[in-house]
Design a protein around this ligand. Structure first.
Ligand SMILES: [Zn+2]
Length: 95
């Protein structure tokens, strides 16, 4: 791997994705879904329906969770230690 590519991946936080790292939920062991923020395009909607990602909506915060567990309905921060439970302000399509 080229050094500058590596630096780029680290700098953009995409190194985990590049290496195929799949974070697991510390609570239930389920594979965590990356949360995508912003206005999703059709491709993101498709991924969301396939269960590959979780749409986080347009909320803009300095620190926001990056992983979602479908089982626990929890949103985890990058360190997988801090999380927020899904609340009513998250759209719930199942009920
Ligand atoms: Zn879980």
């Amino acid at each position: 791997m080229k050094d500058d590519l590596f630096d780029y991946l680290v700098a953009t936080d995409s190194i985990d994705e590049f290496l195929g790292y799949e974070p697991k939920c510390p609570e239930c062991g389920e594979k965590l879904l990356p949360i995508e923020y912003g206005m999703p395009g059709p491709d993101l909607f498709e991924k969301s329906e396939k269960g590959e990602i979780f749409l986080g909506g347009c909320m803009v915060d300095d620190i926001q969770p990056v992983y979602h567990c479908n089982k626990c309905r929890r949103n985890y921060y990058k360190n997988l230690k801090d999380y927020i439970d899904e609340e009513n302000n998250w759209e719930d399509e199942d009920e």
